[in-house]
Design a protein around this ligand. Structure first.
Ligand SMILES: NC(=O)c1ccc[n+]([C@@H]2O[C@H](COP(=O)([O-])OP(=O)(O)OC[C@H]3O[C@@H](n4cnc5c(N)ncnc54)[C@H](OP(=O)(O)O)[C@@H]3O)[C@@H](O)[C@H]2O)c1
Length: 316
């Protein structure tokens, strides 16, 4: 259990090991986060600290296994959140190819558990999904109603999770994102910095296109949506920064520039790094419709990277 405020208190609530602030009863702004120890879950908790009007409880994998339907129902009945942000997922796209059943349980069946529990308790749900639900095109920013065609187990199971959400009739939104990274944790940015320090030369794929998503910006956006409660945009949406799409090579080059590292970044084709899962070659989501409906300012992915870099510097 992870809590978002300094004044957090430990306790056991309804049998859940818990750390929480104040009275976690249903208020217009009480949020429950699943997968709270993950990259996005952690960032949601730290962003929530700056919002005095929110009560946020985070349950990590040890506290709440979202595959356990009874536990999910119990947790939601216990905390009575107005909104659940469901970040828990089986995110290892290569391992998913050989662990199909577990990926399906976490990415699809568990979404049904969470969605139905939210629906029955009157909570709204924000469910995070992925660009991997798409195949290899068309080569323009993709909209939520573009045809899906997942090429991987991860993508297929995440698409099934979206369907579970929609079939449940729960209120809320599916928010698809791509290329998520943050200043901390295991992600592309930190891997590149680590490899640059080790090898003084990088070889990076230059034929997969996307727009990197800064977790701190995404987390604030999701909290904005959650604050709207039942008035949040409903259905399937894409979150993406603005700016020209790049490749992993382009992203790595910007990271090196930001870090002031004079490390050569060589372009290679996807075939240079064979992996069990077949990555999408086009992961460019159109974030403008959600930006417009939420009234967020337009921010390019390079501006967002600058923001994440500042956070990294601040953390030492
Ligand atoms: N990372 C990306 O580039 C990316 C891109 C597009 C979309 N997304 C989506 O964004 C969301 C957040 O991703 P992320 O980067 O924060 O992933 P992450 O760091 O892997 O976090 C996912 C969390 O879910 C937890 N989890 C796994 N199985 C669980 C279960 N049965 N019950 C409860 N918790 C469980 C994991 O715990 P353990 O580690 O203990 O298993 C982990 O803490 C996911 O829905 C993902 O599909 C991510």
């Amino acid at each position: 259990m992870m809590e978002s405020k300094d004044t957090a208190a430990f306790g056991v609530v309804c049998g859940f090991r818990a750390m929480f602030v104040g009275e976690m009863t249903s208020t217009p702004n009480s949020i429950l986060i699943t997968g709270a120890a993950g990259q996005l879950g952690k960032r949601l908790l730290s962003c929530a600290e700056r919002r005095a009007n929110l009560t946020v409880v985070g349950l990590d994998h040890d506290d709440l296994d979202v595959c356990n339907r009874d536990a999910v129902i119990k947790a939601i009945a216990c905390y009575q959140p107005s909104v659940v942000i469901h970040t828990a997922a089986f995110t290892d796209v290569d391992r998913a190819e050989s662990e199909v059943s577990q990926a399906s349980k976490v990415n699809a069946t568990a979404v049904r558990n969470v969605a139905e529990a939210c629906r029955d308790s009157g909570a709204s749900l924000i469910h995070i999904s992925t660009d991997y639900v798409f195949g290899h095109g068309p080569r323009r920013p993709l909209n939520p109603d573009d045809p899906t065609d997942p090429k991987t187990v991860y993508g297929r199971t995440k698409l099934s999770g979206e369907k579970e959400f929609l079939d449940s009739g729960v209120a809320g939104a599916v928010v698809r994102v791509a290329w998520l990274y943050d200043s901390e944790g295991r992600n592309f940015m930190n891997t590149m910095l680590h490899l640059a320090a080790l090898h003084r030369e990088l070889k990076v794929v230059d034929d997969q296109f996307g727009i990197p998503t800064a977790a701190p910006v995404l987390a604030d956006a999701l909290l904005d949506m959650a604050e709207r409660g039942t008035n949040m945009p409903q259905g399937v949406w894409h979150f993406a920064h603005a700016g020209h799409p790049t490749t992993w090579h382009g992203f790595a080059t910007k990271i090196m520039e930001m870090a002031g590292l004079d490390v050569p970044v060589d372009r290679v084709a996807t075939e240079a790094f064979p992996t069990p899962a077949n990555r999408p070659s086009w992961s460019v989501l159109d974030g403008e419709p959600l930006r417009d409906v939420m009234g967020w300012p337009t921010q390019t992915w390079i501006d967002a990277l600058t923001q994440v870099w500042a956070l990294k510097q601040a953390c030492g």
